[in-house]
Design a protein around this ligand. Sequence first.
Ligand SMILES: Nc1nc2c(ncn2[C@@H]2O[C@H](COP(=O)(O)OP(=O)(O)OP(=O)(O)O)[C@@H](O)[C@H]2O)c(=O)[nH]1
Length: 227
Amino acid sequence: MNITAIILAGGRSSRMGSNKALLELGGLTVLERLIRELEPIASRIVIAGGERAAYERFGQVVVTDRYPGAGPLAGLHAGLESSTTRWSLAVACDTPFANRGLFRALLERAEAAEEAAARAVDRASDLAAGASGGFAPTEAILARTQERAHPLLAAYRRSVLPGLEARLREGRLKMTAWTETLCTEYIEGEALANASGLPLEWCTFNMNKPEDYELARSWLESGRSEG
Ligand SMILES: Nc1nc2c(ncn2[C@@H]2O[C@H](COP(=O)(O)OP(=O)(O)OP(=O)(O)O)[C@@H](O)[C@H]2O)c(=O)[nH]1
């Protein structure tokens, strides 16, 4: 199944004090690391948000938020709007260790969800007209660790777009409040660690503050983070 990858790279990076997407780790910017990991998985990579000029050199599609200042939900919206595939991966530009193993696991779950949806449609057409069998297709697959679900290490079905846009119009911008309304599956615990080949704490690690960046650098230097 073809899948689009959306890297969210807008926002203010106010806690970091400089653009998180362009922080360097192991000789590459975080954005380049993510692109390298996504290229074998995704048919198209979209960088959502931020200043177009800052990202054009990476050779990917760059899209602008249609709801500027509305945060990650607006970035996901811009990316999904430009996506031409039924499912899209979404990843934050501040998760430096998200890797192809994790992305492949999300893609495989999306494929399984799509097959289940297709089977349900077949079953419904065998039943009396109008009967749906009560099946609700999976619309989102999220990584989840003990502390929380990670809506920006996830896959989304394009069908979430109208609901997402409605929330943006209403100014309801909290991402987890929105994902809780979706029909969601999770990849968690050992499955996450196995897929990534990384310690669990690294899989979803994101860098918000300078000390997080320092920690990521020290992990990388210790040689433990290369999968
Ligand atoms: N396209 C887009 N992406 C965003 C926006 N706000 C945040 N993001 C992205 O969403 C992810 C999570 O961002 P946050 O850490 O919540 O916010 P931030 O603005 O990057 O950082 P802070 O200013 O420190 O809160 C990162 O990948 C950001 O680049 C936005 O308004 N538009």
